[in-house]
Every structure is written in structure tokens, then in C-alpha cells.
Design a protein around this ligand. Structure first.
Ligand SMILES: [Zn+2]
Length: 88
């Protein structure tokens, strides 16, 4: 018998986000959400980042962002998933 309740679990799913590690303290900072997990971006537009841990301000070109999947719950705690911007 096929269960049709799977969609309810999406709250706990990992979602793909664009990340960069702080050059000063090494903490991973989530920059934006992405529609799907892919290898990277061609864009050289720079993103201004303020480190979540040490407040170090730096800029990174979108082409240098790393796509990772992170648990929605963790993202919600740290950033608020719905507050994150998107990279199309
Ligand atoms: Zn930092």
C-alpha cells in the first residue's frame, strides 16, 4: 500500500543552499537558497557577506560559492529559511 504522506516530511528535508566559508574564522556561511543542487554558478557578481560568527565582512563572487545540502531545521534556526534570498 502506497503512503501519500511523504510530502509532510519535507520540513525535515535537506535543502540546497549556496555557502561560503569565512576566510577569517572558517565558519560556513549560507549566502542564498538555490533551486537545485548543482555544481556552481557562472556569474561573477559579488555577494557581500557578513560572517555569522565573527562579523567579518567580505565579498565573494557567486562563481566561488559552494552548493551544499543542509537540514531545513538547522537553516531555520540560524537564518530563517524564508528570509534567505534566492539565486536563480
Ligand atoms: Zn568568520
Amino acid at each position: 500500500m502506497i503512503q501519500t504522506t511523504d510530502w509532510k516530511r519535507t520540513r525535515n528535508d535537506n535543502i540546497p543552499v549556496a555557502c561560503v566559508d569565512c576566510p577569517k574564522c572558517g565558519k560556513e556561511n549560507v549566502v542564498a537558497r538555490v533551486a537545485s543542487a548543482r555544481s556552481g554558478f557562472n556569474s561573477s557578481s559579488e555577494r557581500g557577506i557578513t560572517c555569522k560568527r565573527c562579523d567579518y565582512i567580505f565579498a565573494v563572487p557567486e562563481s566561488k560559492l559552494t552548493i551544499r545540502r543542509q537540514p531545513r531545521e538547522q537553516l531555520d534556526e540560524e537564518y530563517g529559511v524564508d528570509a534567505l534570498t534566492w539565486i536563480a
